[in-house]
Every structure is written in C-alpha cells, then in structure tokens.
Design a protein. Sequence first.
Length: 278
Amino acid sequence: MSLSPKCLSNKTFCIRGHFEEQFQGSTTHYMGLHNFGTGSYKLPPVAPGPCVGGGVKLQLIVAVEQEEIPRLKALYERGLQNNVPGLRLIGAKEIQAKEPFCRGLMALDSPYTGIVDYKQVAQSYAEDFQEAGGTILTDFEVTSIDMAKESPPGSEDGLKYPVIVRSKQGEEISCGHLLTCAGLYSDRLSAISGCSPEPRIVPFRGDYLLLKPEKGYLVRGNIYPVPNPRFPFLGFHFTPRMDGSVWLGPNAVLAFKREGYKLFDFSTADFLDAVTYR
Ligand SMILES: Cc1cc2nc3c(=O)[nH]c(=O)nc-3n(C[C@H](O)[C@H](O)[C@H](O)COP(=O)(O)OP(=O)(O)OC[C@H]3O[C@@H](n4cnc5c(N)ncnc54)[C@H](O)[C@@H]3O)c2cc1C
C-alpha cells in the first residue's frame, strides 16, 4: 500500500480485508534502488536513531564476481539520480568492517535502508488520512464499479458523484473519482471497472529459510546480491527481522493461489487463471 500526500485530500479508502499478516511486522524500507526507475516516488529515508519498532538500518548490495561490478555501478548511479541519501561504493575491506562475515569485491552501502514495522507505518498513514478528513472502510470488498446514468431521485448533487462502488456485503458508495490499487487483485479490479485486465497477475510465492538463532551473529544488516536483470526477482538475500531472526531467501515458485503464502494454499479459480494465461 502506498499513499502520496495528494491522496490525503480524497475522502474514502476501501480495504478488502484487515491488514495482511504477510510481513509479520517486518518490512524492508527500500530507498530507491533495485526495481525503482529513475524519478520514482519513494518514502523518506529511515530516520537516524532506532527504526519504527526498533529495527535495523544497513544494507549492502555485494558484488562477488567481476562481471557484476558494472551492474553495481549502474545501480549506484540510479540511486544518486533518485537522491538516495548516504549511498557509497565500498571495497572489500570496508565490506568486512561493516559485515565481518561477508566477502565481496565491491558493495553498494545504503545506510538509510532499514527494517520497519510496516503495520505501524500503515497505521500512521491511516491516521494522517483520517485527520485530513478521510474515511477508511475495512471489510469492504469491492465487487462492482459502475457509472450512474442519471442522478438518484431527490438528489441535490445531480451527477457530481457518478461512480458507484458496491461491496460484497451489498453496501454502496458514490464518488466523483476512483483510484484502485488492489495489489495482487489489481487486474481484476481493473476489469470490473471497465478497464483492461492486462497485464495479468500470475502469482509467485517466495519461500524463506530461517537462520539458526545461534548463527544470528553472522549477519548484521540486509545483505543483497547484485540483481540480475535476466531474472525479475531481487535475488537470494539475508533479511534481519524485527524479532531478531534472520530470513534467507526467497526462491520463487508458481503459487496456486493469490495471497497463498502457505505451501498447500490452493484456489481452483486462481490456478486456472494462471495456467491458462498466454
Ligand atoms: C512476502 C512478501 C514480502 C515483501 N517484502 C517487502 C519488503 O520487505 N519491502 C518492500 O518494499 N516490499 C515488499 N514486498 C512487496 C510489497 O508488499 C508490495 O510491493 C506492496 O505491498 C504493493 O502495494 P500495493 O498497494 O500495490 O498492494 P497491496 O499492499 O497488496 O494492497 C492491495 C490492497 O487492496 C486490497 N484489495 C484487493 N482486492 C480488493 C477489492 N476487491 N476490494 C477492496 N480492496 C481490495 C487488499 O486487501 C490490499 O489491502 C513484499 C511482498 C511479499 C508478498
């Protein structure tokens, strides 16, 4: 979920479920590197001092092969263009000073990348939105979006709010403008709003391994490989979590259900949707 300040002047924000549990509190606060194009809007850096909820702040993207160095430098240039603060290219010795058990030829040091408790961040956005006069409707699964052809009987507003949004529970709201940002369901919401269902979402799930707690001292911050554009994922990385655990991963496997985060989660509709997509 992302909100720019402009959204704060809007009135209603509908959410299908409660806050998703997928992150279990910890989320990496990326700083405009990786998949961010130049000029991307990004969140402000994690402030100096403890992160929200006391998380870690440190990210190294480490080149271990010579052929990765041009890609690392290109990432550095992109970060500079995106005004990522504190960004530096560092050599083998400094890598070891920051991460004593990490070896590499060159690394991109992003000291303001950090781990935050995203639930707290989202709740803070929600408060800002409500303070600015907005209303948040939870458990409001949008099932239809239509344009009114004529104003409702007795209405003084005429066709000022022509977009009619209905929920699964039969509730209805009218609005002047509608912005949908439904994550893994964005193609379906696009289709029911009369827009194109393309590009379609084909869900992939990332599985993580958990570092044995007694080996936790091996990793201080986020350690990433140099992304390879031949693969659309961030690569296998080390992620320290708010609870002190360290995740290793992810891999990427075709998921049989959207938001299917467990191995055996299955939805016939989602599965058929994914395998019949060309
Ligand atoms: C396991 C995992 C780990 C990740 N880790 C990170 C990380 O560390 N750092 C990072 O930056 N990114 C991370 N990501 C990516 C990040 O979660 C997404 O890029 C981001 O959440 C996308 O935001 P969004 O607003 O587009 O969609 P979402 O956050 O998915 O929000 C979509 C919302 O729309 C709602 N919705 C869907 N359908 C309807 C409907 N019909 N009616 C009403 N509401 C509807 C959903 O309930 C949801 O609340 C991770 C993703 C996963 C799966």
